[in-house]
Design a protein around this ligand. Structure first.
Ligand code: ADP
Ligand code: CIR
Length: 342
């Protein structure tokens, strides 16, 4: 592979940090699982509108290609290469403010997880992916009480059911071009699926961008209830499964934006006044380290002034701090919206 030349309009972190020197230093390296620099950057090279543009093949990728990853990680999370990640899943440490249900339509918190001793989805083999599906669905089927549910493989699901689950925000979309170029859609839909409890307040995605996306969600703004359910699920699953974790980088994820806590705590919130004043809106989201997404998730447009607002930082902050970023920022957005209403 030759050094990729990115056009001026390209603003991805990959294009910002992949200098010719770094490219030369890394271009012939390969992890034990056979992951190369060309594999890592393919998504950002093929998709020039990427925000980040790079994925990992395994935990080792983050160390072997650290000359590049560290810069991207520092830029995105504000996490220096000398820092060490810390985890805190103690529910009582969250300083709760009730989020106003007049504005907040729903709350969702997810974490990404991958199994230790397997490569990440970008280079996993079909046999290994099927084994991940077998191990994880077995663990999920053993959950009890509020977390008990059923695993639905994508293979064999009617397109009607699949589309309804996507529309209702429960299931991942299909055919994402960023994941496609990263190798994450290989053998689709083999090994992919969704587990959920009866009320669809606890869900787990299997073998999408990460091997597990553990999700807790419900209508309204009761963040504490959503967080508590998630923590319970993580603890129960950790009794049965061994997740990939690095002392330095926390939970290992395919995308560097998801390292550390791998947590995205979000609300769907209606903010018609702020929607008319995006610079005021963005001043608040920047102050509280929040990200704005559209109604249908990443890379989607916003409809009817409903936004997906979530914590942006996931590494170098604890889970409690990540959720607190979201709570405090959303509270500030609601205060401003009320003020603009007069
Ligand atoms: P991820 O959360 O895994 O990063 P996406 O941004 O693609 O992925 O979102 C996945 C799905 O979750 C989308 O359908 C999105 O609309 C939905 N979603 C995200 N936050 C919420 C929320 N607070 N309430 C309801 N659905 C949500
Ligand atoms: C991009 O660079 O825009 C995509 N590869 C997505 C990056 C962050 N989101 C993610 O990991 N889901």
């Amino acid at each position: 592979m030759d050094y990729p030349i990115f056009p001026k309009e390209c603003t991805s972190l990959l294009s910002k940090y992949l200098s010719q020197d770094i490219f030369e230093e890394l271009k012939n390296k390969k992890t034990t699982n056979g992951f190369t620099l060309a594999n890592a950057i393919n998504s950002g090279v093929k998709n020039l509108d990427s925000g980040i543009g790079i994925y990992a093949g395994d935990a080792e990728s983050y160390e072997l290609f650290s000359a590049l990853f560290n810069k991207i990680i520092e830029d995105y999370h504000g996490f220096s290469s000398e820092a060490t990640h810390k985890s805190n899943l103690t529910i009582d440490d969250v300083k709760m403010k009730e989020l106003d249900d007049d504005y907040v339509l729903s709350t969702r918190i997810r974490v990404g997880r991958n199994l230790a001793n397997f490569p990440l989805g970008t280079i996993i083999s079909k046999v290994q992916r099927d084994e991940v599906e077998r191990l994880v669905s077995m663990a999920l089927n053993a959950l009890e009480g509020e977390l008990a549910g059923e695993y639905f493989p994508l293979l064999g699901m009617t397109s009607e059911v699949q589309n309804r689950l996507i529309k209702e925000h429960f299931l991942f979309k299909e055919g994402d071009r960023f994941l496609e170029a990263a190798g994450l859609n290989r053998d689709w839909a083999e090994g992919r699926g969704i587990f959920h409890n009866h009320d669809k307040t606890f869900l787990v995605w299997l073998n999408e961008e990460d091997q597990l996306r553990i999700i807790s969600m419900q209508k309204g703004g009761d963040v504490l209830k959503v967080f508590s359910r998630l923590v319970k699920a993580i603890n129960e699953l950790e009794k049965q499964l061994s997740f990939s974790y690095s002392e330095r980088l926390g939970y290992i994820a395919s995308c560097p934006t998801n390292l550390g806590t791998a947590m995205r705590a979000s609300v769907h919130i209606k903010l018609p006044k702020l929607a008319e004043d995006m610079s005021r809106f963005k001043a608040i989201t920047d102050k509280y380290h929040l990200q704005i997404r559209g109604m249908n998730g990443e890379h989607s447009e916003t409809k009817e002034a409903i936004f997906d607002i979530s914590n942006r930082r996931r590494l170098g902050v604890t889970e409690v701090e990540a959720v607190q970023d979201m709570i405090d920022g959303v509270e500030a957005l609601i205060q401003m919206e009320k003020k603009l209403e007069g």
